[in-house]
Write a protein that binds this ligand. Structure first.
Ligand SMILES: [Zn+2]
Length: 75
């Protein structure tokens, strides 16, 4: 099982973990169901894909919050 982190806005791969990972150790259980469904997807092969925001997008969003609203609307 591996965990892939991808930017939710530009799709850039932010990183991945390939070691054995206990899903509970990642803190997903701290999220409510809606957040978990939105952020985390479980693939058929056992991989987990997590949507995050990369540094570039984070910076862009910090400078230009309207962009974030637009992206959220599209999704
Ligand atoms: Zn990005």
């Amino acid at each position: 099982m591996s965990i892939h982190y991808k930017c939710r806005h530009c799709g850039t791969s932010v990183g991945q973990l390939t070691e054995h990972v206990d899903a509970d150790a990642l803190g997903f259980h701290h999220l409510d169901n809606e957040e978990r469904t939105d952020m985390v997807s479980y693939e058929a092969n056992g991989d987990i894909h997590v949507k995050v925001i990369c540094e570039d997008c984070h910076e862009a969003l910090t400078r230009n919050p309207e962009f974030y609203e637009l992206e959220s609307f599209i999704q």
